[in-house]
Design a protein. Structure first.
Length: 210
């Protein structure tokens, strides 16, 4: 077992964990625990997010909601829902994720089963420190079409192409959005009041689509 502590995240890494043990831990710890799991073929990382990790996550979520509202796009937020597929021997709990292109396919569902349901269209992953598992490999195996990754300073957009993530400057779900523009607003969130930030972002979106 390896434990890493940082101001942003606390990580515990367990080796040689079977799929059955992974599922038992998910079941026994429940949905209300504060930590998030990432499972990659026997390696289980348990991450407890702290303030430096959680605040950007909240800003990203608000930006997504504003974009969807102003563009008239229906979405289904799935938050940190456990995404897992036994055949892939992988599972993960994203910082937040969304059904956008596939929103209709899961509308009305109360549970998700990636053995039968589509994966979320967009996941947001914040890693202020380096993860001990290959999260991009997990997301690609699960079939998440678009991934935004943020390390506290740098934001990157990735699109899934033939089983591999390729870096892109623009979002699939929200083509008006470039990585540089979202980065600018995330940087502003570090020194600007949240309501002022949100008003500024909404005004920017409206200007872009007018």
């Amino acid at each position: 077992m390896l434990i890493k502590s940082t101001p942003a995240e606390q990580r515990t890494v367990l080796q040689n964990i079977s799929w059955e043990t992974f599922e038992a831990l998910l079941r026994d710890t429940g949905e209300d625990r504060g930590s998030r799991f990432a499972y990659d073929c026997g390696v289980l990382e348990i991450m407890t997010p702290l303030f430096e990790h959680e605040n950007p996550k909240i800003q990203f979520d608000r930006f997504i909601i504003v974009l969807a509202e102003e563009l008239g796009i229906e979405i289904r937020s799935a938050g940190s829902t456990t995404l897992k597929r036994k055949i892939s021997n992988r599972g993960i709990e994203p910082d937040t994720c969304y059904y956008i292109q596939n929103e209709v396919a899961i509308r009305g569902k109360q549970t998700l089963d990636l053995e039968n349901d589509p994966a979320p269209d967009l996941a947001i992953e914040i890693d202020i420190t380096s993860s001990s598992v290959n999260k991009m490999g997990i997301y690609s195996a699960l079939g998440v079409t678009e991934l935004w990754r943020y390390d506290g300073q740098n934001l990157k957009f990735y699109q899934l192409r033939e089983g591999e993530y390729v870096e892109y400057k623009f979002s699939i779900a929200f083509p008006i959005v470039s990585v540089s523009e979202i980065t600018r607003f995330i940087e502003q969130s570090k020194s600007m009041g949240e309501i002022t930030l949100l008003k500024s972002f909404r005004a920017w979106v409206r200007k872009r689509i007018s």
